[in-house]
Design a protein. Structure first.
Length: 292
């Protein structure tokens, strides 16, 4: 009897691993050449804590090369002096089916980044580029599941931007309310492990306490099989991860979360992003995804 249940466990494990199929991705990143923490616009940032810009650039390069090693395409946007947070490319555009919704930053310190990315999209052949009326920090607060867009509000993106994204991108948008200032963007509290397909629903991981009670109930209803992260997983930016459907790129400190996703058949890939975290960012924040 014992042997039989062990055999079932081993077979289940082999089966879910076999199901985790990586899909090649296309990302846009921006090297942190002018990276600094000169201002504080989230609880992680402290201008009195020194940052090592060279180390930040090395860590970012390692992240970019990790994506390339996994078979993904990475384009680069030219960084601009005076925009120290421009490395967080995820905040500058949301792309679904080749359609681009630009961003409009909540914080004046970052406002000018949006136009540099808009220009990059136009110069790189994107013909359907809309700049928003409402404040939205792009993939910081918009997460595509393959079927619908999860959208965060509470600290940066305005609820009105959710409706705007639905109109502009033509996809269903589900609004979620963020309540913990440390997890000020949706991508610090939730990520997609594998996108929805015709056969399977999306599989996500998230930290429930970052959301209002109503939003927690919505997430439970939509994603009953989600990997549920705890405070420790969230604190090391473990949820600011990138998955291609099999490989999950996440911060080195996120060992407990890595075990949870490995138990679901994914392969954790660790990166050190300690310098970028001083600005309140992680792997996902540095990564804008192009979905053609
Ligand atoms: N310092 C940046 C800010 O507060 C960090 C942005 C992180 N980006 C993200 N997608 N979560 O705006």
């Amino acid at each position: 009897m014992r042997n039989q249940s062990q055999l079932i466990a081993v077979m289940r494990c082999a089966y879910i691993r076999y199901m985790r199929v990586p899909m090649p991705r296309h990302y846009v990143m921006c090297p942190p050449r002018y990276f600094a923490v000169d201002y504080a616009i989230n609880p992680w940032m402290d201008p009195d804590v020194p940052v090592d810009p060279e180390r930040a650039l090395r860590q970012w390069t390692e992240l970019r090369d990790t994506y390339r090693r996994l078979g993904h395409l990475v384009d680069e946007v030219e960084p601009q002096p005076g925009l120290p947070d421009m490395v967080f490319a995820a905040n500058s555009g949301t792309v679904v089916d080749g359609r681009v919704l630009g961003s409009k930053f909540a914080k004046p310190q970052r406002a000018a980044e949006a136009e540099h990315f808009r220009r990059w999209f136009v110069e790189n052949g994107f013909r359907d580029v809309t700049m928003p009326q409402e404040t939205n920090e792009a993939e910081g607060d918009f997460t595509w599941t393959g079927l619908l867009m999860l959208a965060g509000a509470g600290f940066r993106t305005e609820p009105g931007a959710h409706a705007e994204a639905q109109e502009v991108l033509g996809v269903p948008v589900v609004s979620l309310r963020l309540v913990d200032p440390r997890y000020y963007h949706l991508d610090t509290a939730l990520f997609v492990l594998s996108e929805a397909t015709d056969e399977r629903p999306a599989h996500i991981a998230y930290y429930p306490e970052a959301f209002s009670p109503g939003s927690q109930a919505v997430l439970r209803r939509l994603f009953p099989d989600a990997v549920v992260a705890d405070a420790e997983d969230a604190r090391c930016f473990g949820l600011n991860a990138i998955s291609d459907g099999r490989h999950v790129v996440l911060p080195v400190e996120a060992t407990a979360l890595a075990e949870k996703v490995a138990a679901q058949g994914y392969e954790p890939v660790f990166v050190d992003i300690s310098e970028l975290r001083k600005a309140g960012g992680g792997p996902k924040c540095c990564t804008l995804e192009i979905r053609k």
